[in-house]
Design a protein around this ligand. Structure first.
Ligand code: SF4
Length: 366
């Protein structure tokens, strides 16, 4: 399950079957084709057909020699994720559900005037067990492959009208991305490649609940992607009661790594601060958070909790959220209140648990 982000790349053939080109980077396609005497640029050409031009078969690759197309048809494949259902929210966001081995995953497409953001899943379930999260109740079934993550972006791209493309990708769907580090790094490299989907690295964000050693490894992998850390409390005691990983890695560990791993010039680490009533929503919490934020370049998104049936937490009052926001603003922090989109289709932050639009009323008891 685990693997180094810097592991040497190989052209993997599961069980000796065809190679899935969706999972390969251009240089890996070149390596695959080199024994055939193909020039190195073929890797970029094939990669662009799969990722940028979204070819579904090899016949479409009209500028490849016929013999090569025939060889690819025999030895390679282009996997394709097709949504089982697409649910439309009244706010314009769309949730796509996919059946994959082991269960159902979801992606959420959030078009805006100047951007199209896609929230992707990185695992089927999650083993982090955060108390506020529906996914956390499922436990982990398995890690998604890079091809399944890239496949979510390709599928979302097909849902967009002509002329629009996915401009921002956030790994904030089902799963803890850094618990699936090597495949997430591979997916980020493919998604941000300039011959492919061309999502800017800075507009690609990998979120973590605080897997500190993996966070360091991810930043060192040098993908250029942004990092977001989810917090919901400002003392270790309060955090540990909600986020089990907090017992292993405390807030000071987190601040230390964010201080050491400075983002590129002019960029900031993002803190996604989930506001749960009575957990971390007081002015005293805002004061402690402010002291933390002063120690590294940061911006903060305040996310009022979206309750789900049976949730053991409540959303703080608008007044409490506003007071928290005001306090941080007055201390000079870059802070925004984020109102989750897609609440009516179970697509808002923390609602991707069952990947079902209508979770059964007893879901929370599972
Ligand atoms: S919040 Fe993220 S890390 Fe925590 S259980 Fe949910 S999906 Fe996993």
């Amino acid at each position: 399950m685990k693997g180094s982000a810097n592991a040497p790349t190989t052209v993997a053939r599961a069980g000796g079957g065809p190679v899935d080109l969706v999972a390969l980077l251009p240089e890996e396609v070149s390596t695959l084709l080199a024994p055939l005497g193909e020039p190195p640029y073929r890797g970029r050409q094939v990669f662009a057909w799969v990722h940028a031009r979204r070819a579904g078969d090899f016949d479409a690759m009209s500028d490849l020699p016929k013999g090569l197309r025939a060889w690819l048809a025999e030895h390679a494949a282009i996997s394709r994720l097709e949504p089982r259902a697409v649910l439309d929210s009244s706010d314009g966001s769309r949730k796509a559900l996919f059946e994959v081995p082991g269960g159902t995953i979801a992606s959420v497409l959030m078009p805006a005037e100047d951007r199209v953001t896609l929230c992707v899943s990185s695992q089927v379930g999650c083993r982090m067990g955060c108390a506020f999260c529906l996914t956390g109740r499922m436990g982990l079934t398995r890690n998604l492959t890079a091809a399944e993550m890239v496949g979510q972006v390709l599928a979302a791209s097909r849902l967009l009208p002509p002329g629009r493309r996915v401009t921002n990708v956030v790994f904030m769907g089902m799963g803890e991305p850094l618990d699936n580090l090597a495949e997430v790094v591979r997916a980020v490299r493919a998604i941000t490649h300039r011959e492919g989907l061309r999502v800017a690295p800075r507009r690609t964000t990998v979120s973590t609940v605080g897997l500190i050693p993996r966070l360091r490894e991810f930043i060192e992998a040098g993908t250029g992607a942004s990092v977001a850390v989810s917090l919901c409390a400002t003392t270790d005691e309060a955090r540990q009661a909600v986020v089990p990983i907090g017992k292993k890695y405390g807030l000071e560990d987190l601040v230390t790594v964010l201080r050491e791993m400075r983002p590129g010039h002019g960029h900031r680490h993002t803190i996604e601060y989930l506001m749960l009533e009575g957990v971390g929503d007081s002015i005293e919490d805002a004061r402690r958070l402010s002291r933390m934020l002063a120690r590294f370049p940061s911006k903060v998104n305040l996310i009022p909790f979206n309750p789900w049936p049976g949730a053991p937490f409540r959303r703080p009052s608008d007044r409490a959220v506003e007071a928290f926001h005001q306090f941080l603003s007055s201390r000079g922090h870059l802070v925004t209140i984020r109102h989750s989109r897609g609440q009516d289709i179970g697509a808002a932050c923390g609602q991707l648990g069952t990947a079902d639009p209508n979770p059964p009323p007893d879901f929370a008891k599972r």
